[in-house]
Ligand binder design. Structure first.
Ligand SMILES: *Cc1c(COP(=O)(O)O)cnc(C)c1O
Length: 369
């Protein structure tokens, strides 16, 4: 515990302390062979991450936003198409839809989990719908069972935004095993984070993965590297990041278990007015964030600030109210609007001391609510 901030919201330096020796070995290997792009660590990580997801294939890309966009592009979703997106998500989910030229259709979330509401999705499907974004927010998978059934009925794709859900399950399956494909981000703060930007697409569909691999590598032919079959782009996972991710993937399950234990401690210690987001009985979350709903949030955050306790908001301005996307708002979204005023993310990261959780709970108990 450092003196200045008794409980930081996230301490990434602390998370990496135990990994230094293994990371040093990993870099040195990359420096020795010098294949900084498409080096052997990339293919090794892709195979290991696919196995962790219990899916057939994985392709590394430059970041999670690109992963989403490349799935849409590979499915040839674009102008004239609609993609259904929960309004409670990080803006990247919406950006990917807009970048390929499709139209986002915002839908509301369930009041208990704050995840996409399948009934709202059903009501938003039109003849233009091409895909449904299943956003697995806060570490918990959305109701992919219901979304999958809807998608099958209407012949549309389910794209999983798993940027916050590495290792999560719904029933017996992980992201990538439910939808057409799952997009992952390895932004440093994510459950599996690189030491910089990174991302991946996971799917059982070999052709889709091949197409994304080609799009992400300048449209290069798989058999002749001098031939560019399509006009693609550059969105590759760096060898150095893949090497670091292999070190961290080996610890992911343990880190996720640690997150779950810390969240359990919050549940036992929080005052009753501080209500954690609900867990769907069919879901096994990996607790990317410890999100609670509180009354009178300004009073609560002032008390946390005064005690030197970090906090976050995910997300206080829902996507349909963000300036570039407001034009797509086409109806009231009362649940997400109400939640935006009440949500609060408490400090949570692997290796956090249990006493730090207890201190947050004590400070919250003293808030006059
Ligand atoms: C982090 C995140 C992304 C984007 O990932 P980047 O790697 O930062 O591009 C997309 N969706 C969600 C839900 C995220 O949390």
């Amino acid at each position: 515990m450092s003196g200045a901030t008794p409980v930081p919201f996230l301490d990434l330096a602390a998370v990496h302390l135990d990994l230094r020796d293994d990371l040093d070995v990993a870099w040195k290997e990359v420096l020795a062979h010098g294949r900084f792009i498409n080096g052997p660590e990339v293919a090794a990580f892709e195979a290991e991450f696919a196995a962790h997801c219990e899916a057939a294939h994985c392709v590394g890309v430059a970041n999670g936003t690109d992963a989403l966009e490349l799935i849409l592009a590979a499915l040839e979703i674009g102008p004239g198409d609609e993609v259904i997106v929960p309004a409670n998500t990080f803006v990247a989910t919406v950006e990917a839809v807009c970048t390929v030229g499709a139209r986002p259709r915002f839908v509301d979330v369930r009041p208990d989990t704050l995840l996409v509401d399948p009934d709202a999705v059903a009501a938003a499907i039109t003849s233009h719908t091409a895909a449904i974004m299943a956003v697995h927010l806060y570490g918990q998978m959305a109701d992919v069972d219901a979304l999958g059934k809807l998608a099958a009925q209407h012949g549309v794709a389910v794209i999983e935004d798993a940027a916050q859900a590495h290792g999560a399950r719904y029933q017996d399956r992980r992201p990538g095993g439910w939808g057409t494909a799952a997009a992952f981000s390895f932004y440093p703060g994510k459950n599996l984070g690189a030491l910089g930007d990174g991302g991946a697409v996971v799917s059982d569909d070999a052709q889709l993965i091949d197409r994304i691999r080609q799009l992400a590598d300048h449209g290069r032919s798989a058999t002749d590297r001098f031939v560019h079959e399509i006009s693609g782009r550059n969105s590759r996972l760096d060898t150095l990041q893949a090497a670091a991710l292999r070190v961290k993937l080996a610890r992911l399950d343990r880190m996720n278990e640690n997150r779950a234990a810390l969240v359990e401690r919050y549940r036992r210690g929080l005052p009753s007015w501080c209500v954690p987001v609900a867990v769907d009985p069919a879901a096994q979350p990996v607790y990317h964030l410890a999100v609670v709903q509180v009354p009178d949030r300004p009073t609560v955050t002032s008390a946390l600030d005064a005690a030197g306790i970090g906090w976050g908001l995910h997300y206080p301005v829902p996507c349909h109210r963000q300036p570039p996307f407001a034009e797509y708002a086409d109806g009231p979204l009362p649940v997400v609007d109400a939640a935006a005023e009440r949500i609060l993310s408490l400090p949570l990261f692997p290796g956090m001391a249990p006493e730090q959780i207890d201190l947050v709970c004590e400070v919250l108990h003293d808030v006059p609510i």
